[in-house]
Design a protein. Structure first.
Length: 336
């Protein structure tokens, strides 16, 4: 019997949270699914935990591979998925018991969006999609959604449910050599070849904010960031058919440039001196891109760098309310 859903979970050194995550999935009220666990070369007990769950539940399938990153792990999951629909979960998150049921009751579009509860210190501190906001229909409705909530929900796979037939027909995969916004790039390519979208009035995904790590702690060389920028713009160009005045292009690129600028400022003091001139060049490039794509509808931060030995005249930053800038390298903040 073909499962309705294939749930793909990349696993890497997640022993602290993995059991809670898997228990939440296996307690779903809708039980016609397969659970694909991709152990991405974990050095802790994560692989053993995955095997134990597979021995106790026939819906669980485990694949062990050398460490290659989350995109490679998800791609292996896509290769082995047999379900009609595809869902993704991060191994340190969870879902409530009705998460899958909500998808099962709304299988009338090519892509389904569902919200997430943000949990910190065992308390729900926010939601990714406000309850009460829901619609269905043509993909153009997504544009209206983005106009109200710029960039929201696009840059994560865990808030989506996709038709496996579309992914397979167009051979869609996650970019394995891109380590920033790989989710967004995959989703944009998927939306390009899909027709209809439904946003479900439910927040069943449980996104946990942790204190034991940060995305900004990873050091990426400037050339990797440039590649990231190109891949995002290329995916947006394809989706918007070259129309860079499209609201999707403007809202998503503004949000992503904001993230990139935030990441660079946060990490500038952590990289070696030899890379700092490259970062300066990248900031100037970001400034030009913001100007070229007329992202002036957003709020800006102009941050003066206080390190005299670096040739920063000023840094242009697209502001997002999501990010708080408290690092010492920011001397002044001016709103447009």
């Amino acid at each position: 019997m073909t499962p309705v859903f294939s749930i793909i979970i990349p696993v890497y050194n997640a022993e602290r949270y993995l059991k809670a995550c898997l228990d939440s999935v296996l307690k779903q009220s809708f039980d016609n699914f397969e659970l694909l666990l991709i152990n991405d070369g974990s050095s802790d007990s994560s692989g053993r935990i995955c095997d134990e769950y597979a021995q106790n539940d026939r819906r669980v399938k485990v694949f062990h591979k050398k460490n290659g990153g989350v995109s490679a792990a998800r791609n292996l999951g896509l290769e082995h998925a047999t379900g009609e629909w595809l869902c993704f979960i991060d191994s340190d998150d969870g879902v409530d018991a009705c998460w899958l049921q909500q998808y099962a009751e709304n299988l009338d579009a090519d892509v389904l969006f569902q919200g997430a509860a943000i949990i910190y210190n065992h308390k729900t501190v926010g939601v990714k999609l406000e309850p009460g906001f829901g619609y269905g229909g043509e993909k153009d409705r997504l544009v209206a959604y983005l106009e109200n909530v710029p960039g929201a929900l696009l840059n994560s796979t865990w808030s989506k449910c996709c038709r496996a037939s579309i992914v397979k027909a167009h051979d869609l995969r996650f970019l394995e050599n891109c380590h920033l916004s790989e989710d967004l790039i995959f989703i944009l390519h998927y939306l390009t070849v899909s027709r209809t979208v439904r946003v479900i009035d439910y927040c069943g995904y449980q996104y946990y904010k942790r204190n034991d790590g940060s995305l900004t702690s990873t050091k990426h060389p400037p050339e990797a960031l440039l590649q990231w920028k190109r891949e995002v713009i290329n995916a947006l160009d394809i989706y918007c058919r070259g129309d860079r005045n499209n609201i999707v292009f403007k809202s998503v690129s503004a949000k992503e440039f904001s993230y990139l600028a935030f990441w660079m400022i946060e990490n500038f003091s952590r990289v070696g001196y030899s890379l700092r001139t490259d970062y300066y060049t990248l900031f100037r490039s970001l400034k030009r891109w913001v100007s070229i794509y007329s992202l002036s509808a957003n709020r800006y931060i102009y941050a003066l760098n206080c390190r005299p030995y670096i040739l920063f005249d000023f840094l242009l930053l697209v502001y997002s309310k999501t990010y708080l800038f408290s690092r010492g390298c920011i001397q002044g903040v001016f709103k447009r």
